[in-house]
Design a binder for this molecule. Structure first.
Ligand SMILES: Cc1cc2nc3c(=O)[nH]c(=O)nc-3n(C[C@H](O)[C@H](O)[C@H](O)COP(=O)(O)OP(=O)(O)OC[C@H]3O[C@@H](n4cnc5c(N)ncnc54)[C@H](O)[C@@H]3O)c2cc1C
Length: 560
């Protein structure tokens, strides 16, 4: 009864893809374990419902980092989805794949099969790109008929139009497709939505598979450890309804618990740096020094203006009538402001002209920046707009480590932001370019006063100080179970955990380096490709019971 071919831990972006693809043939019994509840909350569907989701205790892990040394000792708030769909159920829906260079770089690190040429077919397979016939040349880069619906905006806030115009006035080119032939430029993001509602990976991939008799999904089931028979993963122990239960895997256990959850679970299971595991009294199963290391994230700095024209989103009493209209438009036709993903426009630019590819990203949001929506007070007071800049390929590396052997205790997350001068200087350059855009004539009708950082902040040192005090995550942690061949790699290019049998990691944690863009589409692609690899091995009978993936070798390629 409790034995399956595949046991997947984590029903997030990657887990939903795997649950669909691995159960599609009907040949394999698949179990999906998700720690959070089902995804019935109406705010998940409403694109504009992001702020309640960020504030939710039930649907969000609400992690905090350790105090960040280079950011004035501040701990940082890290939201992560905790429901079917995972972070794709609470994210901002911007559909961005990263730059072709990112995948060629992964391949150059020794990860065969992950070059842009190799992964493009998976990006195409996973999507239904609604604008495919509208944009010239789109068919070369985009797909039709895939489970993840990618749409254009149904309503565009005038502040977004002002941004796209202003950026062009500041010398940036406009692009109609950040995922097409050229990433560089400014424009409107495509969004993971269908018919005016969020298309999370649970909606796109899991929902159509739920009726299959060979797929079982258990929500409210938090995995506590992987069970091993020698060096082979045999199943998972999980907590459900206050009791521990076990699920056994004939073929494989697959960890898709995300960039925090997957390394945390490996460490709890005795896989990772030996000293750390023993320090917490956990029985070591296999030494892998890279588990939880190599953490990378995009750090954002903002410029916020108070707005004259009152197009911004606000909780100001004067916006009540507009909110009612928006609700009416949404309820009767899925139109209007509630269909917006907040960050509707943005762009990719270079921190200096010598960069070969864009290394900065912009997101414009039509409200005042207020601690990720946790503090609503400024929203009652201001109409405002905020341009956020992040450096796409940070050099800083942090880690996820055990705080305790208790599976319910939060791990320690050290993002180690701004650990190198390059990470800081790129943000300073991006900040200056952002400010320049907001000062263009296209914003003249909307501008009232620069609220943050304010006119007093001008010199590079003042900007650095502002970054240390106010920069925040843009929610893209990756890399903590990195794919590769060097001594710090956790999985190989088929995403099998080095040195162990029947165990893979498939989620954002396997990225060896952070891609130049948002991370949901790349994670979905990773899971699509992983599903093919897993099914190939299953068809060949490779994988159980006695295969052990090649151990990592110290002399293999080291990340440059
Ligand atoms: C607020 C926010 C905004 C974002 N905006 C965008 C955006 O606009 N565009 C974009 O492309 N990306 C965005 N992202 C990032 C993107 O959503 C993530 O990179 C992506 O969802 C990661 O997928 P994953 O499968 O690795 O992890 P997740 O989707 O986080 O899934 C992990 C799942 O595992 C579950 N889990 C964890 N531990 C356990 C356990 N022990 N047992 C059982 N289950 C467990 C979790 O509850 C979760 O459901 C955003 C993220 C956030 C949080």
């Amino acid at each position: 009864m409790n034995t399956y071919d595949f046991v997947i831990v984590g029903g997030g972006s990657a887990g939903c893809v795997l649950a669909n693809r691995l159960s599609a043939s009907g040949n394999w019994q698949v179990l999906l374990l998700e720690a959070g509840p089902a995804d019935g909350n109406p705010f998940i569907k409403i694109p504009n419902g992001v702020i309640p989701l960020i504030r939710s205790d039930a649907l969000n892990w609400k992690f905090w980092t350790t105090p960040q040394k280079a950011c004035g000792g501040r701990p940082m708030f890290w939201p992560r989805g905790r429901t079917l769909g995972g972070s794709s159920a609470i994210n901002a829906m911007c559909y961005i794949r990263g730059h072709a260079w990112d995948y060629d770089h992964w391949a150059s690190l020794g990860n065969d099969g992950w070059s842009y040429r190799d992964v493009l077919p998976y990006f195409r397979k996973m999507e239904n790109f609604e604008a495919i016939d509208k944009l010239p040349g789109a068919a070369e880069f985009h797909g039709r008929g895939g489970p993840l619906n990618v749409a254009e905006h149904r309503y565009v806030n005038p502040l977004m139009t002002a941004f796209v115009d202003a950026a062009q006035q500041a010398g940036h080119k406009k692009t109609d497709d950040f995922n097409g032939a050229q990433q560089e430029g400014v424009g409107y993001f495509h969004v993971m939505q269908k018919d005016g509602e969020r298309c999370s990976n649970a909606h796109g991939f899991l929902a159509p598979a739920l009726g299959r008799p060979n797929l079982k999904v258990i929500t409210g089931a938090q995995a506590a450890r992987v069970l091993f028979e020698g060096k082979r993963a045999a199943g998972v122990r999980y907590l459900h309804n206050g009791r521990y239960a076990e699920a056994l895997a004939r073929r494989e256990v697959i960890l898709s618990a995300g960039a925090i959850g997957s390394p945390h679970l490996l460490l709890l299971s005795g896989v990772g740096p030996r000293a750390q595991i023993e320090q917490h009294g956990i029985q070591p199963v296999h030494e892998l020094p890279g588990v939880g290391e190599n953490l990378q994230d995009h750090l954002d700095i903002h410029v916020t203006w108070e707005e004259k024209t009152r197009h911004a989103m606000s909780l100001h009493p004067a916006s009540l009538w507009r909110s009612l209209k928006a609700l009416f438009q949404y309820l009767f036709g899925r139109r209007g402001e509630l269909t917006t993903n907040l960050a509707q426009a943005g762009g990719f630019l270079k921190s200096d002209a010598a960069q070969p590819i864009p290394d900065l990203q912009w997101h414009l949001v039509p409200f005042i920046y207020s601690d990720h929506g946790q503090n609503l007070t400024p929203l009652f007071k201001y109409y405002a707009f905020t341009l956020m800049t992040c450096f796409l390929r940070p050099e800083s590396r942090g880690n996820v480590r055990l705080a305790s052997a208790d599976p319910l205790a939060r791990p320690l997350i050290d993002a180690n932001y701004l650990a190198t001068p390059r990470d800081m200087e790129a943000l300073v350059q991006g900040f200056k370019q952002a400010r320049k855009v907001l000062e263009q004539p296209a914003f003249a009708p909307h501008r009232l006063l620069e609220l943050e950082p304010g006119a007093a902040v001008q010199s590079d040192e003042q900007i650095r100080d502002f970054i240390r005090r106010r920069a925040e995550t843009v929610y893209h942690p990756v890399g903590t179970c990195k794919m590769g061949r060097d001594a710090m790699a956790v999985v190989d290019a088929r995403l099998r955990v080095h040195g162990l049998g029947s165990l893979r990691v498939v989620d954002a944690s396997i990225m060896p380096t952070l891609v130049g863009g948002n991370t949901n589409a790349p994670t979905t692609m990773i899971a699509e490709r992983a599903a093919d690899l897993i099914l190939q091995d299953a068809a060949l009978g490779v994988g159980v019971p006695d295969y052990v993936a090649e151990p990592a070798t110290a002399d293999a390629m080291v990340e440059k």
